[in-house]
Design a protein around this ligand. Sequence first.
Ligand SMILES: CC(C)(COP(=O)(O)OP(=O)(O)OC[C@H]1O[C@@H](n2cnc3c(N)ncnc32)[C@H](O)[C@@H]1OP(=O)(O)O)[C@@H](O)C(=O)NCCC(=O)NCCS
Length: 240
Amino acid sequence: MSGNSKDAAIEAPNEQPPLVKGDVKLRYMPYGAEKESTYLPAIRQLISKDLSEPYSIYVYRYFLYQWGELCFMALDEQDNLIGVIVCKLEPHRGGPMRGYIAMLATRSEYRGRGIATKLVRMAIERMIDMDADEIALETEVDNTPSLKIYENLGFLRTKRLHRYYLNGNTAFRLILYLKPGIPYKPTYPPDYPPMSPSEQGRGLMDEDLFARQAAQMRMEEVRGEKHDVTGGSASSSNTR
Ligand SMILES: CC(C)(COP(=O)(O)OP(=O)(O)OC[C@H]1O[C@@H](n2cnc3c(N)ncnc32)[C@H](O)[C@@H]1OP(=O)(O)O)[C@@H](O)C(=O)NCCC(=O)NCCS
């Protein structure tokens, strides 16, 4: 994307017409470190209400100080926080530039109106502008709304993480591949260890290898969706 579109990705939330649903008007904006005193308590409250992991203030600061531009908020007309997404972007084990969606929440009475989907789209768009290779996250295997949002946007289930959360629940890792060949980019330590000679001889296929092959097979499809992330569906999300 051009430099202009990069700037636009940050400024667009303030310029877009507000989402209208019934009598609710929302505006979407990036967090920005200077807004800590205003919004951080609300972000903590909204996220801690529903997520199973008890995050300390340091976890929020870790993400928001370094990647404030990858946190987006949905606010109502009185500046109440209705939805939020918190992310980061950095090289993954010396390999791909990996975006990571750490937290996502919408206030319960506002759910099902496309708010979280719009926040995810905004984060994806910003990460694409920042040259992300892939975007990853974990979500509980029975979190249907969350799985729907991400899979609608082209994320693939790449791993099942048994008893991943402190509450004992199992998670899926989902990844959106943004460029060709990314599942094969080497990492250290490797995400996908090479097959041992004995395994190769027996033609074994473990879960990781299967996931990688499936991801590679769907690469063209995912790449095709890259420009739809904000393009084709952005206008419809404004009207939900
Ligand atoms: C997950 C969450 C962020 C979704 O927020 P939202 O603003 O309601 O999300 P959206 O409206 O954009 O989309 C929700 C999708 O789930 C679907 N959905 C919602 N509830 C559902 C249910 N009970 N069963 C099946 N699908 C459901 C919606 O239809 C929609 O899919 P669609 O676009 O294909 O119609 C919200 O439920 C939440 O804050 N949950 C608690 C925190 C959480 O679980 N965060 C995610 C952890 S990674």
